[in-house]
Each structure stands twice: as structure tokens, then as C-alpha cells.
Design a protein around this ligand. Sequence first.
Ligand code: NDP
Ligand code: 2IT
Length: 446
Amino acid sequence: MNSYIEKVLNEFKVKDASQPEFLQALEEVLTSVEVIFDRHPEYEKMAILERLCEPERIITFKVPWMDDEGQVHVNRGYRVQYSSVLGPYKGGIRLHPSVTMGMLKFLGFEQIFKNALTTLPIGGGKGGSDFDPKGKSDTEVMRFCQSFMTELYRHIGPDVDVPAGDMGTGAREIGYFYGQYRRIKGVSERGVLTGKGLSYGGSLARKQATGYGLVYFVLEMMKKHGMTPEGKRTIVSGSGNVAIYAAEKAMQNDLKVIAMSDSKGYIVDENLCLDTVKTIKEINRGSLCDYPALAGHGTYHEGSVYDAELNAEVVLPCATQNEINKERAERIIRNGCVLVAEGANMPSDNEAIHVYREKDILFAPGKAANAGGVATSALEMSQNSMRLSWTFEEVDEKLKGIMKAIHAQCEDAMNQYDLDSRNYVAAANIAGMQKVIDAMIVQGDY
Ligand code: NDP
Ligand code: 2IT
């Protein structure tokens, strides 16, 4: 390993020993960008890596809120403002009981390079809380969101830091966040949040953008490698915002989606009805166990879809981090998988990625493949600045163009650094990181 990278990685392993997801993301990124540091030994003296890997600022705060019975609860809120080199900090807010500072550092770190790949002027950040919106009433969620924003508002702004949705944060939560921000600030700064409702500055196609963008990226990969989507059996894990619209665009392109999942189980259906999944998840906020009865076909099983023996050529993990480990990677490949593209952030652990490389699987890492969501957030910011709205078709066309451009940047990095044409991991990390480093250097950022 490049000695500078090894030194920095070891320093972070000591300093952040209690943050396993962050260390995992650091290792994944740093071990794939050695060529940059081999070519630029001067970066060590400039402490480029130390500057990149340390967040500019982390804000942590208490979030007290009252439930419907009058009981007060206190959750922990965070915003990791990682890098503003390319633009205002930009990244979602995750509401999930598993949220820790280390988890948000992993997500924020990935976000810097993802956002750089979009070619739009956005830096990297991430926020969230260990609050669990599941099982809470609308009024409880509203009180939580208002309390969260009562602290966060002073740290964000359309040119400072622009949060958005992520796991557990959808249109409902963004509405409550925005309402509280507007009341406290007393100004109409629509560009302070993205993923807003259409009536107050949201963008058409933002809801669909991450999933649609993922499939646009898959189609580019397939074209480059002489494959076609028609009839390819496909597993989409998750059934949240990313998974639903990945499945929708996959089906529109004749991929055959045969399974989807949630945190408790998965459904298998040769005639999968996405409208039923939408009703269960977007309207009822329920569990996929209701699917067979509502759809009138298909089966429901408890556990992970990646522990099932399902025949599929394409796998789109769109649920959460570390869903696919070595054993599960080997299983999906044994069952015919030839292409994995990540809608979620870091759903494959580093051993799984190693298995994909060994077995020549076409693999698109999340920071390239799921960048359509944040890219369309940046398009929402543009529309807010211009005080106008583009049509669905206009936004979708721009999204397509951005996903193609991300794929082209990966190809450029493959050519420039003589990488294997399947090594999208190194290509995306190199292309994203080099852009940030170049901007740091010209800005004299130390
Ligand atoms: P949602 O909250 O809408 O959906 C998350 C889905 O994952 C749900 O179906 C949930 O199940 C499932 N899930 C949660 N935990 C687990 C688990 N431990 N095992 C299996 N399934 C689980 O989130 P999003 O769709 O917005 O986000 C999904 C992923 O995509 C995350 O990694 C996120 O960071 C990433 N992402 C999101 C973007 C966006 O624009 N929203 C953009 C780019 C990436 P259940 O329904 O039971 O809760
Ligand atoms: O992980 C991600 O890219 C997101 N959750 C979307 C962030 C955004 O600002 O739209």
C-alpha cells in the first residue's frame, strides 16, 4: 500500500476506533486511490488526506420532544459539515435508532465525492438523529422535527448547508423541518432544504431521482459491457424511497423485478405489483408481510432477501449499509448475479466488494450509482434560486444527462489511470477525489 495512505489510515484507526462504519468507508475509499498519491508525492507535505478525512465541523445537540401522552423524550441530533470546498455542505438527514456520529461521518465522507461526481456546486455533509419515526403519530413526528430544527436552523442556509431526505426522512419530515425554519427565520429561503413538497418549492422528479438515476447508470454500464436489460431477473432490496423508484424504472426498461424487501422480510413474486408495494409503504407505512393478501399473489418470508436462494442476474441493494457481506455476495453470484449496482450507501461491505472483483462482477458503488438523488436536489436548489419550476421531463432529462456524465467520468478515470473497465470503485473514487483535491489546492485551503 502507498505509505502515506497507510500512515493516515492507521492514524484514523486509532483516533476513531469506536466508529466502525466510518473506518470502513475510509478504507474502501483510500485503498482504491493509491494511483493519485503515487503520482503526487507532494500531497503528503500538504496533508491533503488528513484535511480531506477530517470533517470541517460537527454539531451535536439535544432534541427534546413531547409524545402524545405528555411524556418528554430526549434524542441526540447531529450535523456533520464535512467539506465546503465545492459548495455549501449538502446531504440528507437520517432518522433511525442506529444513528451515531460515526455512521454520519461515513455518510458525510462518501457524500463529498458523490457530490463532486455530480459536477454540480455542492460540498458534502450529513445529519440525523437516533429518533425512530416508526410507530410515531404525525403530531409526534412534527414535534420532533420542530425541536430538531429549533437548534439546526442557526447552522444551515441556502448558501451554507442544505439538508435533505435520507432513511426515515421523507416529504412529511422535510415539510415540518421547513415550516419551523421559516417560522424562526421569518424569511422565505426555499433553497435551505431539498426534497420539499411541490407547493412550496420542491422539484418534480426529486422523489424518483435516486432510483431512476440508479437505473440510468445501470443502462450505461450495460451498454459499455455489451449487455441488454430485457428480461434480466432482478432483486431490489428495500422498499423505501430509493427502492420503489429503482424498481419502477427497472420495470420500465424491461428488467424483471422478482423480489423486494424491508427491515423484517422480503417478498418474491414473478408478477410483482409495484402499486401494492407503494400502497403498503408510501400510504399505510406498513410491512411487506401484507403484500400477498393485498396483491393476491406472491409470497412473504422473514429474514434477509440475500439469505434466500433466488435466481437473479441483477442485484440493486437499496435498503441500508452492510446488507451484503462475503457469504451473501458469494450466494448471489452462485445464483446467477452478474451485475450489482448500489442504490443505498455502502450496502456491500469491503469483503463483498472483494468477492465482486475476484469474480468479475460488474459493480457500481453507491457514490456513482445513487448520485442522481443529490444531483436532483442541486437542481431543486437551482430552480429555487431562479424562482421557477422545470417540468418533470426537463428534470428527468437533466438527471439522465448527469448519470451519463458520471459514467463518462468513471470511464475517463479508467483510461487515464489504466484501470480495468469493470473497476468502477477505483474510477469513481479517483474522479471524485481528484476534483476535490484540485479545488482545495487552488483555494489555498490551509
Ligand atoms: P427509506 O427510509 O425510504 O427506506 C429504507 C428501506 O430500507 C425501507 O424499506 C426499510 O425497511 C429498509 N431497511 C431499513 N433497515 C434495514 C435493515 N437493517 N435491513 C433490511 N432493510 C432495512 O430510505 P431511502 O430509500 O431514502 O434510503 C435507502 C438507502 O439509500 C440509504 O442507504 C440511503 O442513505 C440511500 N440513499 C438515499 C437517497 C435518497 O434520496 N433518499 C439518495 C442516495 C442514497 P422498513 O420499511 O421496514 O423500514
Ligand atoms: O445519500 C444521499 O445522497 C442522500 N440521502 C441525498 C442527499 C441530498 O442532499 O439530496
